[in-house]
Design a binder for this molecule. Sequence first.
Ligand SMILES: C[S@@+](CC[C@H](N)C(=O)[O-])C[C@H]1O[C@@H](n2cnc3c(N)ncnc32)[C@H](O)[C@@H]1O
Length: 483
Amino acid sequence: MIASDDFTRFARAIEHRLGLRVESDRAFATAELIARRAAAHREPIANYLDRLDADQAELRALASELTVGETYFFRHVEQFNAFADVALPERMAARERVNVLSAGCASGEEPYTLAMLVRERVADPGRIGIHAIDVNPAALERAARGRYSRWALRATPSELESRWFEVDGRGIIVSPAIRAAVAFEERNLVDDGVLWTSDRWDVVFCRNVVMYFTELRAKEVIARIIYSLAPGGFLFLGHAETLRGRSDELELCHTHGTFYYQRKPVTHVRGPVVPAATAQHEPIATDSNWFAEIQAATERIHAMVDTALYPGTSATASALRPLDHVRELLGDERFVEALACLDELPAALAIDRDAVLLRALVFAHTGRLLEAEAACRGMLESGELAGAHYVLALCRESAGDPDGAAYHAQRASALDPSFAMARLHLGLLARRAGDRMLAALELARAIVLLERESHERVQLYGGGFKRQALVELCRAELAKAAS
Ligand SMILES: C[S@@+](CC[C@H](N)C(=O)[O-])C[C@H]1O[C@@H](n2cnc3c(N)ncnc32)[C@H](O)[C@@H]1O
């Protein structure tokens, strides 16, 4: 049994040493983790918690457990386009040696994408150094292996796929030239260190990392990154991590349908000071202000609707709609958190078909294909379900079984003729199989269906893509099928 004081001590230690927020709504999973790690060290909880202040090996083990590593090649491609068209040429014009950092690189897809773009665009790629860091040693091992499932390439243009990847059994491996172009290093963003010297980096990608940090740590890490950016250097953050109005040190750039920041060429940037303790509860000066406002407004609207639907209850929106919350997490590709929410569902709700389907989707997206397939096949035993067939199609495709994938995508389409993503997958499968007529037909149908597809289904099955991005993907594939 874990006391609430123990939970608080653990959360403080994790915030202090890794920057991560330990959510109170994950109390059950956190208690299980604390008990398991204490048992691994054969010591009482209190002694185990003492260990967290100094034990580096334990910190590494916890980093592997607690960090969220979702990523894929060419994730939010508009930012990579801005990197290749704007940041890279500007920095190459500014200095001979250009240093690029992927901070929180997870299993390597982001820095490898940067390396591919450098090789595509730069005649002398030796001028560009790409450094990639992460605190999770297990993720870095995967990055060093450079072996991925097909799903990790879902946003990769096919010509780049054929140039920079090689088929390796059922997986795909990054070519040796790209692997050699990235220097991976295990590092903690929360630590001070050599990474953050002045004028060190020309371009920093730190996407989808500080969103998991407490406000205080996010603020410190961002301050260090800004300090280490060369004048004129660029910072790319994730979509939920904007900094608008943060200071006069960075300018917001808006090109290629995305945003990023540039350090003004000559400005005085404060050193990477640790914010004073009194600043602990100040909100981080980022766009999260307007983001939070929109979220709060949305919550208020949900609450009004809930009050109308469930008169007499005062439950919050998220308590009433736990599966909606999971769907939102899935839409944001926050799979680990989605799974944690599913784990916390009351038993009666956990066996609901919607919940089982969501679990299967999370498994499919995180490479747990056998578990995803088992969950779907279990569901199909009690009746046909388009969603279960669709997830099976994803699994079969990742397992290198295009026929099985096509069978299940067809079943999904037959059961639900309005299912846009099933059509899209049929189109992609047909194009890969060289059936250009069928590919064109399915992709054209997918475009029509996507326009009418509900927001929830796009969020759920879109694999992190928004509706418009999916339509553009179909158009690009259609053009290839027609050429
Ligand atoms: C969601 S992934 C983002 C991957 C990639 N940047 C992207 O956007 O596709 C977040 C990564 O940040 C890493 N991370 C979390 N806390 C960190 C810390 N204190 N220091 C370094 N990396 C950290 C995690 O291990 C994880 O691999």
